[in-house]
Ligand binder design. Structure first.
Ligand SMILES: Cc1cc2nc3c(=O)[nH]c(=O)nc-3n(C[C@H](O)[C@H](O)[C@H](O)COP(=O)(O)OP(=O)(O)OC[C@H]3O[C@@H](n4cnc5c(N)ncnc54)[C@H](O)[C@@H]3O)c2cc1C
Length: 456
């Protein structure tokens, strides 16, 4: 029986553990903080739970248009919201622990160091445990980047892991960083009723996303009273009595009650012992892997954020599953980033799949694009949805769908039709011919596809 040892209990690790166990391996999983990893305990699950409350309040705030009289005092009780967030995260972690136990996976509560390709040492509360193994999967994730001049104190200068200890809604939250994490938290605190300033070193928010989508989000942010500061690079953040001051590199300052740092992630490789076994890292410090999650050292695989391939829970899980299929001789489908669906949980959301506008613009492929604003959709009108669109990219000729963008409330659900189309290489005609409910926002997905029909 093959014995595999997995370091890290996030989706990269625990999904791999389940697959390895199903494929007949003996599995040991070492986790230092809690099962589910950062995904469940500090990052993805907590932030999306917070956003669920924020989305509800945003809807309530705009419901006058639908004829609802809302008293002015509708507000979030942040202590209750955060208690729910943390409770839900812990419950999710417990569920994962139960699933792993039911699959006969040995779990070690400790911090792992790699001794060699055949042995891992876990430092636990009861001393060191040495595990001899046939293969290792490293799925140790990443942690928030901070800077020497912006040190979180857990009270007013915060990383995204620390915001759930807040007992009261910040009066004025300054979010530094306008990537996905920064934009999501800025949107969330704005929806919860805090004054928000978003400090972006780039000329626009969400620089890595579809430009049309980012423009919609920035316009919505501004309309809802958020201050968006473009071309503004943070130099330092300091406490000022009962507040914070963010100083920019050009000398300007922004004062607020709290500051959230969303300036990137650092892979968790320190202390793992990678040097000693010769595992190669990229210039940015991520573990280098191929499309079946192999590192350069035979028998050592890596998955998830520690590889920096694409920092998503779904990609981490897929990399972990692929690694185990490869190790244990099951059919392997190498990772295909061209088909990944992802979502930015702002209000409205941005969901994307397949080729992006930037890839289309930079490639020499012949691609047709259709973009349809939601404003003309009957259901959108009924629901008071004014912002958003559906965009589809299809190969000229056969009309095969190669990518799409949806900006809408719950775009994360609407993108599935386009994800199926990309994954199964459906044509725009096939997407357009499938019935959609009338009235529905998904009708706009079919209509955008219809606009790409070419006479045969
Ligand atoms: C605020 C935020 C929101 C996000 N939202 C989403 C989202 O909505 N959807 C999405 O797909 N992705 C989201 N992500 C990204 C997602 O959280 C990550 O891609 C995902 O956590 C990666 O999973 P992982 O298994 O690689 O690592 P993690 O989930 O970070 O798990 C790694 C685990 O390894 C453990 N570990 C590290 N070193 C050791 C060691 N030496 N010994 C033992 N254990 C160790 C850590 O304690 C940790 O529990 C979000 C990220 C952030 C920051």
């Amino acid at each position: 029986m093959t014995h595999v040892t997995i370091v890290g209990g996030g989706p990269g690790g625990y999904e791999a553990a389940l697959v390895a166990s199903r494929l007949g391996a003996e599995v040991t999983l070492v986790e230092r903080d809690g099962l589910g990893g950062s995904t469940v305990l500090t990052d993805c699950v907590p932030s999306k739970t917070l956003i669920a409350t924020s989305d509800l309040l945003t809807e309530v705030g705009t419901s006058a248009e639908l004829g609802v009289q809302v008293p002015k005092a509708v507000r979030a009780d942040l202590a209750a919201v955060n208690a729910r967030v943390l409770g839900l995260a812990q419950a999710q972690s417990d569920d994962i622990a139960e699933r792993l136990a039911a699959s006969s996976i040995t779990m070690i509560d400790g911090t792992a160091t790699i001794e060699s390709a055949g042995a891992v040492v876990a430092s636990t509360a009861d001393g060191d445990v040495r595990v001899e193994t046939d293969a290792i999967l490293l799925a140790t994730g990443a942690h928030p980047r901070v800077s020497a001049d912006a040190q979180p104190d857990g009270e007013r200068i915060l990383t995204w892991e620390q915001v759930y200890n807040l007992q009261e809604l910040p009066e004025h939250m300054i979010v530094v960083g306008s990537g996905v994490t920064g934009a999501e938290f800025a949107s969330a605190y704005n929806g919860l009723g805090a004054a928000v300033t978003l400090v972006s070193s780039r000329d626009r928010v969400l620089p890595g996303e579809d430009i049309d989508a980012a423009n919609v989000i920035e316009a919505v942010f501004t309309r809802r009273g958020m201050t968006v500061m473009g071309n503004s690079r943070m130099a330092s953040v300091e406490r000022t009595g009962d507040g914070v001051r963010v100083t920019l590199t050009d000398g300007r300052t922004v004062d607020g009650s709290h500051c959230l740092l969303a300036i990137g992630s650092i892979p968790n490789t320190e202390g793992l012992g990678l040097d000693a076994v010769g595992v190669e890292l990229s210039d940015q410090g991520f573990i280098e892997v191929d499309r079946v999650s192999r590192t350069n050292v035979r028998g050592i695989y890596a998955a998830g954020d520690v590889t920096g391939v694409l920092m998503l829970a779904s990609v981490a899980a897929q990399q972990g599953r692929i690694a185990m299929s490869h190790l244990l001789g099951d059919a392997v489908h190498p990772l295909d980033l061209g088909k990944v669906a992802s979502n930015v949980f702002t209000s409205p959301e941005i969901a994307t799949v397949g080729l992006s506008q930037q890839q289309v613009d930079e490639s020499d492929l012949q691609i047709d694009v259709a973009m349809l604003p939601l404003a003309s959709n009957a259901r959108a009108k009924m629901q008071g949805v004014h912002d958003g669109f559906v965009k589809i990219f299809a190969r000229r000729g056969m009309g095969v769908v190669v990518g799409g963008v949806v900006v809408a409330p719950r775009a994360s659900e609407l993108i599935h039709a386009l994800s199926l189309a990309v994954s199964a290489s459906l044509t725009v005609d096939q997407v357009a011919d499938a019935f959609t409910v009338y009235p529905s926002l998904s009708g706009s997905v079919a209509e955008a596809a219809r606009r790409l029909h070419r006479l045969g």
